[in-house]
Design a protein around this ligand. Structure first.
Ligand code: DGY
Length: 324
């Protein structure tokens, strides 16, 4: 008998076919609507494997309902949506999709940095709304990127990929990370700084660190006050790393100059969220890894992890080897 699998969102047909070769698959067929909790709760009781997205909260109460679950394959590099400790206690494998989305996410991070610094969204709206009457010396002026100082919080794969892009803009790159990265320091010429120093000296601060209990609200009122009045904050990691109320106040009072946000504490971010009322915020709907090639690769890797786990192998991207 084939193992049973539940897939929480419609996937490209080739990925479903691949999983179907070895598994008995049921799938939430919607593309734009996440699977309702009651459906997930009833499916989890039956299945051996779960293929899920970052939109699904896989917590203790859900795992308590699982009778046969062996693996949770998350189609994302981040897995803060999963209670990994609870899964490990129940000997359930958890996997993610690292590596394949590095360059695509770094592209988006840099695009967001440029768009925020040079007010691209605001400028485009200005033109479309018929406000462009003349060329004027002080019109829509932004911040220079070339030659500026970039502070990267979280020097993992994506942090390094952003640093490589920054070098093309002749930027000085500082980084803050749990551990020093001597190899990156050598090969990319990046310099380690502690968090206060990085915040005080950077023109652009990019958040690229995983979301954990330690990084929750890592950037709050105190940290924002350390930043330059001309600084731009970019977050393409997870919304909860920044205290959004403190960020709103800092932007409103002019304590920092702008923010580019691809992620929010609550997603989708409500359209009446205070941050969205500010002209100096560029907001995107969590599209860091959204290229056709990358999303297909992520789905493929998540499918491979799932199949490996269900075939009794150690999946390539197991995040909780503690189960063994
Ligand atoms: C991830 O993979 O964690 C991103 O946030 C979505 O691609």
């Amino acid at each position: 008998m084939k193992p049973k699998v539940f897939v929480t969102r419609k996937l490209p047909i080739e990925i479903i076919e691949k999983i179907k070769e070895v598994c008995d698959v049921s799938m939430w067929e919607e593309e734009e609507i996440p699977v309702p909790r009651n459906v997930l709760e009833s499916q989890i009781q039956e299945v051996d494997g779960l293929f899920c997205l970052l939109t699904e909260t896989i917590d203790k109460s859900l795992l308590d309902k699982a009778k046969n679950l062996k693996i949770i394959s998350n189609m994302a590099v981040g897995y803060n949506n999963i209670d990994v400790e609870a899964a490990t206690q129940r000997k359930i494998m958890v996997t993610n999709t690292p590596g394949v989305l590095t360059e695509t996410t770094a592209d988006l991070t840099f695009a967001l940095l440029l768009a925020t610094a040079r007010r691209l969204i605001e400028a485009s709206e200005y033109l479309r709304q018929g406000k462009w009457k003349t060329w004027s010396p002080m019109q829509l002026i932004g911040q220079d990127v070339f030659g500026a100082t970039l502070g990267i919080i979280g020097m993992g794969r994506i942090g390094e990929a952003v640093a490589r892009r920054a070098k093309g803009f002749d930027m000085k790159v500082l980084y803050y990370n749990r551990n020093r990265k001597p190899k990156a320091e050598q090969s990319l010429g990046v310099e380690y700084a502690d968090l206060p120093e990085l915040l005080q000296t950077s023109d652009f601060v990019c958040i690229l660190t995983p979301y954990t209990p330690e990084t929750r609200n890592l950037i709050g009122e105190k940290e924002l006050k350390l930043m330059k009045k001309t600084a731009v904050l970019i977050n393409t990691a997870r919304g909860g790393i920044v205290d959004e109320e403190a960020l709103f106040q800092a932007l409103k009072k002019g304590e920092i100059w702008g923010a580019g946000l691809d992620v929010f504490e609550k997603e989708p971010v409500p359209v009446d969220h205070p941050l969205l009322t500010l002209p100096n915020v560029v907001a995107l709907p969590h599209i860091g890894s959204a290229s056709k090639k990358t999303r297909l690769r992520m789905a493929n890797i998540a499918a491979e992890n799932l199949i490996q786990g269900l075939q009794g192998k150690t999946p390539n991207n197991l995040v909780n080897p503690g189960i063994y």
